[in-house]
Design a protein around this ligand. Structure first.
Ligand code: PLP
Ligand code: COI
Length: 361
């Protein structure tokens, strides 16, 4: 798609809800992390060597060939980012170009046609504009969750790339990923199920990684835990990440540490927190973190777009349990990081790192 075509695609919005429509009638402060039907999604097709201009559609279904590679061979990857309303009424997104770049990496890893960065950003903006009434009002704590997806859409019965792809973006207003919000969660270390292998696709946001983790998460929930903590698949000695989020810890000498591993997703939230931690005067390090170190941390947390920062209240490892938040509240450094991140994301604090983009109407 050329820049000129992109511009004309932005003009072609007459069939959508006006961006000034009154807000949807939702219980904004009490939204969970669920799917609420919005007005429009956008879909593009890659065929015969190029992406089309994309169409906004109110239809929540897509026609798909029963032998499409996404259905049989898992040729599918996605992204997750959030849009917020600011105090002045703008709608802003956080580090969108990082999501665009990561989706290119995910597509390349499973041999799908990558979505160019400019097209990714333009499509996300078009979908947000078509669904402005679902952007939660400033101050409610909710936001618009944006879910871009690429799938192999052409039929193949042999195991090979589809050769035709659909890029779509759907949105839904959401509250916190973990029901408890910014309250501590309880994790269990899982040793008999791996989410990803060191040379596999754990660092790509491909659908199969999440299917691979469902068994472990379900079992953890049945045992009364909130989520799992995965270890490195080769040696089971080092912390990898949680099911839907990266892991970080604050050491007793005030370092922000987070695992170095080839099989975890490169979290944009985590990278941002490392920078914010340094701004606060902490040392921030990415390094292999031995699972035995959990008994020495001052604080620990999960971080991600959906999870934001979710403090970890306890980790159970074999027959031992370590607790970090004896009074049921987050530790002070995690709380400070959370406040700074949220304040930047919703435009309450100056965007000194140039992370926030206003969505042009
Ligand atoms: N790890 C996994 C497995 C995830 O699904 C996510 C969510 O995107 C993250 C980490 C956090 O990444 P980000 O902060 O970019 O959302
Ligand atoms: C996100 O944080 O955006 C994710 O994609 C995690 C997902 C499992 C909800």
């Amino acid at each position: 798609m050329t820049t000129q075509e992109l511009a004309s695609s932005q003009e072609n919005m007459s069939d959508t809800t006006p961006t000034t429509a009154p807000k949807a009638d939702l219980d904004w402060p009490n939204l969970g992390f669920g799917l609420h039907k919005a007005d429009f999604s956008i879909r593009h097709t890659w065929k015969d060597g190029s992406w089309d201009l994309g169409v906004l559609s109110p239809d929540e279904n897509i026609p798909i060939n029963i032998a499409a590679t996404c259905l049989h061979y898992g040729q599918a990857c996605f992204e997750g980012l959030k849009a917020f309303e600011t105090k002045s009424g703008d709608v802003v997104v956080f580090r969108i170009e990082q999501n665009a770049k990561r989706m290119i990496n995910s597509c390349e890893k499973i041999l799908m046609e990558p979505v160019p960065e400019e097209m990714f950003i333009d499509s996300v903006f078009r979908v947000i504009n078509a669904n402005r009434r679902f952007v939660p009002p400033y101050g409610t704590g909710a936001c618009l969750y944006i879910r871009p997806l690429v799938i192999g859409s052409a039929p193949q019965v042999g195991v090979k790339p589809a050769g035709e792809y659909v890029f779509l973006v759907l949105v839904t207003p959401v509250g916190p990923y973990f029901k408890t919000g910014f309250k501590p969660v309880d994790l269990i270390v899982v040793e008999d199920i791996d989410r990803a292998a060191p040379l596999g696709v754990g660092d790509a946001k491909v659908g199969g990684n999440y299917a691979a983790g469902m068994r472990a998460t379900l079992r953890a929930k049945e045992q009364g835990f909130t989520e799992v903590l995965y270890l490195d698949a080769r040696e089971k000695k080092f912390i990898d990440e949680s099911g839907p989020a990266n892991f970080f810890a604050i050491t007793k000498d005030n370092q922000y540490i987070t695992p170095a591993s080839s099989s975890i997703l490169a979290s944009i939230t985590n990278k941002s927190l490392m920078i914010l931690a340094r701004d606060m005067g902490l040392e921030a390090k990415r390094r292999p973190i031995g699972v035995d170190e959990i008994f020495d941390f001052a604080e620990a947390g999960c971080c991600g777009t959906a999870a934001v920062i979710t403090p970890i209240g306890s980790i159970t490892y074999r027959d031992r349990k370590v607790t970090y938040c004896p009074d049921g509240k987050s530790g002070p450094i995690s709380a400070k990081l959370y406040d700074r991140l949220r304040a930047i994301q919703v435009g309450d604090e100056p965007d000194v790192h140039d992370w926030v983009r206003v969505v042009p109407e």
